[in-house]
Ligand binder design. Sequence first.
Ligand code: 5GP
Length: 199
Amino acid sequence: MTEFDHSVEVVTKSDIESRVGELGQAITEDYTGRDPLFAVVMTGSVPFAADLVRSVQLPAEVDFLGLNRFGESGHIGIAMDLSTPVFDRDVILVEDIIDTGLTLSVLRRMMMDRGAKSVTTASLVDKKARRVTEVPIEYRGFEVGDEYLVGYGMDWQGLYRNLRSIWAVLDMESFVEDPAVLARSLGMAARPRWAKQTR
Ligand code: 5GP
């Protein structure tokens, strides 16, 4: 695990590969004889979903939905809906992080209201200690603390979704001052628009 002053790698590429493989195996066993619909919540879940669905040995379908989140209130809106009807389908929601649980509880209810036969959730990480509303997570990758995470889909200011491992921010001020601070430490040439503000 690599560590810098501002952040530390908390879940490595190989940890992710083996855990996602286990989740895919569990889904394969649980859904044998069915053809689930993976409903992938954009954008943070995309790398996880891509690896997860390829480790599932079933005739599965994959579709995407995008959300608008309105502050801390827990209100969410659909920015881009699924194109596949969920009526009578076994839906597996794919999320990057379950934090307060508010987003997930709204999504689960929405899928049931649309007549889904069943709804379960696969989440890469679970910030269990921060839960505001109880919501089941049938397929959980990693339970983590309450640090802000980036990497493997998760972003800060749009950056870091393309990292292969998961990092915890140790010093948020460094990331506020220079969003590309971790990219620079990893030897990536950050574009000028990410240059440090010196004024
Ligand atoms: P909640 O469970 O609170 O309704 O919302 C979960 C969403 O909050 C996640 O899908 C993600 O977009 C965002 N989120 C929560 N914690 C983190 C974090 O540590 N890192 C990043 N990048 N996003 C987070």
